[in-house]
Design a protein around this ligand. Structure first.
Ligand SMILES: C[S@@+](CC[C@H](N)C(=O)[O-])C[C@H]1O[C@@H](n2cnc3c(N)ncnc32)[C@H](O)[C@@H]1O
Length: 235
């Protein structure tokens, strides 16, 4: 996953407008769960959203990547951050809202993992809790073989990240090639493979239902990938 590129994450994704996304998340939470005080961000990455959301909520995060967790702690010192696998974790705490953004759930490779994760999300929500999950692409929206490129051209660092992609069964496989140039280290090249499941809307809706959520799908979402909104069902 983001093993070799974790230090570059915020630069590579600087094209994303995290402030605007956070304002939209705030708007949705205020509309659906106006009394929300606490948020857990699952697959929080470097927690760029938290720099804005922490003005309104107490926000914690979990991620598989320990470097991202260290970065998150620096960005939001009031938050609690832990290295955890979203498929199975127990923070012994419940939250008003859970967010899982920018396709973090796409990294789960089987339906069993997705269902297990959503059940775990449910367990960490207060009564009337809300979960917002921004998915990865699905088989209808996926475009096979496309070449993508992101470039960063700063004074002290230049990055070119280029990838092709293909599918294998339900998985989309992206091979990222990084060229990173700095004065001290010259030009370095490394590769990273990312595997994300192409899960259909029907499969996702079913998974939410199995995990005891009343679920709806907003096609637009934050970034054109849509957003699942799941309300915890009272049992
Ligand atoms: C594309 S990044 C999104 C990060 C962040 N939510 C954002 O909006 O920038 C996907 C994140 O999911 C995390 N991730 C992938 N699989 C995970 C798992 N099983 N448990 C926890 N985190 C996971 C990765 O480490 C990575 O930080």
């Amino acid at each position: 996953m983001f093993t070799d590129s974790s230090d570059l994450y915020d630069l590579v994704y600087s094209f994303k407008d995290y402030e605007k996304e956070s304002a939209e998340i705030l708007r949705i939470i205020k509309a659906i769960r106006p009394d929300c005080k606490t948020i857990l961000d699952i697959g929080c990455g470097t927690s760029e959203h938290h720099r804005y959301l922490n003005k309104h909520f107490s926000i914690d995060g979990i991620d598989l990547n320990s470097k991202f967790i260290e970065t998150s702690k620096k960005k939001n010192p009031a938050g609690h951050y832990r290295v955890e696998n979203m498929v199975q974790f127990d923070l012994e705490k419940q939250y008003d809202v859970i967010i899982c953004l920018f396709s973090s759930i796409g990294y789960l490779q089987t339906m069993n993992e997705i269902i297990a994760a959503l059940k775990c999300f449910n367990k960490h929500l207060n009564t009337d809790g809300l979960v917002m999950v921004e998915p990865w692409l699905n088989k209808d929206t996926w475009q096979n073989g496309k070449v993508h490129m992101i470039t960063i051209d700063n004074e002290d660092i230049k990055i070119c990240r280029m990838n092709t992609s293909y599918t294998s069964g339900d998985l989309s496989i992206l091979n990222f090639h990084y060229l990173v140039g700095t004065k001290d280290q010259g030009v370095q090249h490394f590769q990273e493979e990312h595997k994300l499941r192409l899960t259909s809307k029907e499969e996702m809706l079913k998974a939410f239902q199995l995990a005891d959520f009343d679920v709806t799908f907003d096609e637009k979402g934050l970034f054109g990938r849509g957003m699942y909104h799941g309300k915890k069902i009272k049992i």
